[in-house]
Design a protein around this ligand. Structure first.
Ligand code: PMP
Length: 371
């Protein structure tokens, strides 16, 4: 039989070792959950060993620590990438995962850039679906909550050469997350400080690699210490608006011809190609109610629109919060107040409601895949 393990692992080879009853943990109250602190009872693990022909058989096992060689490349050169997607328990009790095909495509692009092995995304989706089924009681029952899925791929060769890793570990862990918008103000204030850059041309800002995220943590806490919730990442001498925290950014405004426009930065290598971003672009193009543009946006333009009362809304988009309205931006010593939440029937709210309806099965839609 043809051996394709260099190309991919297969769901049909998946085996499951269930946790013993005394290993199962109590499910938390999701209303009090902070993101990423509690994990489900099982995990998925798939090794890649070039010497052994490539991908090994996928296994689901009780959640456990990982043991690594101290020289493992991931620990020294951040040979690592990950994805983030969610499973939702619908009004009909069925569990749906939102557009996993896009996450799998992005994960393979990241793997390629990291010199790590690629795989058939549909096979990983099927293995992850099985993991979610095993831990299905970890998918919260309250609407607005969800189960976050974190597939991760790391280079594990125990050798210090800055070279392609010949062995790798792909694993997936799951954590329940509460309703992002329960309590508190839903809109965010931002710090835009041009001295920091998240990504640059020719870099890896458009790949979901851990090495993009570590250096943002200190900037994020600087923003927090100034009373701002997120960082607005700028790029270049003209202070291009690129992303907000770990979200893509949208701006809804009235152009010089009096037309309403929804604009977002282009996929020019500086931003992550977000699944929510792609979905919002497609939905709003289908609405045919205003212009939809992918183009470079600068802080000058934001300020000009704001000063002439033509800036209607700014919001971030991402798997974590779906759509997050922006209330203010601290920029060059000034606080810009953005009127995002001050309109009747704002676009950000409609988008959130439409995506919510798809994810929680209020409407049937091909983007939400029942597992
Ligand atoms: N930008 C960055 C830097 C991110 O980490 C994320 C989260 N994956 C996003 C944008 C939003 O992407 P998505 O809609 O796929 O969650």
């Amino acid at each position: 039989q043809y051996n394709d393990s260099e190309y991919t692992f297969r769901h049909r080879d998946l085996t499951t070792k269930l946790a013993e009853p005394d290993q199962l943990r109590a499910k938390p109250d999701v209303s009090e959950l902070k993101f990423g602190q509690i994990f489900s009872d099982h995990m998925l693990k798939i090794f890649y060993h070039k010497q052994l022909g490539g991908w090994q058989k996928p296994v689901i096992i009780p959640f456990e620590n990982i043991s690594l060689h101290p020289a493992a490349k991931v620990l020294h050169y951040a040979v690592e990438l990950f994805e983030g997607l969610k499973a939702y328990r619908g009004v009909d009790g069925k569990i749906r995962v939102f557009r996993p095909d896009l996450n799998m495509r992005r994960m393979n692009l990241s793997a390629q850039r990291a010199g790590l092995p690629t795989f058939d995304g549909e096979e990983l989706t099927k293995c992850m679906n099985r993991l979610i089924q095993v831990d299905q009681e970890w998918v919260p029952h309250s609407e607005g909550s969800s189960l976050y899925i974190r597939p991760t791929l790391i280079g594990i060769d125990g050798t210090l050469g800055v070279a392609q890793s010949e062995s790798a570990l792909l694993f997936t862990i799951l954590c329940p997350v509460g309703n992002y918008f329960s309590g508190g103000s839903e809109s965010v204030s931002l710090l835009a400080d041009p001295q920091y850059t998240r990504a640059w041309p020719g870099g890896v800002g458009d790949r979901k690699m851990g090495s993009n995220y570590g250096p943002t943590i200190r900037v994020q806490s600087t923003a927090n210490s100034k009373g701002r919730q997120q960082v607005l990442w700028l790029y270049g001498p003209d202070h291009q608006v690129t992303e907000v925290g770990t979200m893509n950014i949208f701006i809804f405004y009235i152009n010089n011809n009096g037309e309403k426009v929804l604009a977002t930065p282009p996929l020019n290598g500086l931003i992550l190609p977000g699944v929510t971003r792609a979905s919002i672009l497609q939905m709003t193009q289908d609405w045919k109610e205003f212009k939809v543009e992918e183009r470079i946006l600068t802080m000058d333009e934001v300020i000009t629109l704001l000063r002439s009362d033509r800036l209607l809304e700014m919001f971030g988009s991402g798997t974590a919060c779906i759509v997050s309205p922006i209330a203010s931006i601290e920029y060059m010593g000034e606080l810009l107040n953005i009127p995002t939440t001050e309109h009747d029937k704002p676009v950000y709210k409609r988008l959130r409601e439409q995506l919510f309806a798809i994810q929680y099965g209020h409407v049937e839609h091909p983007w939400a895949r029942v597992i």
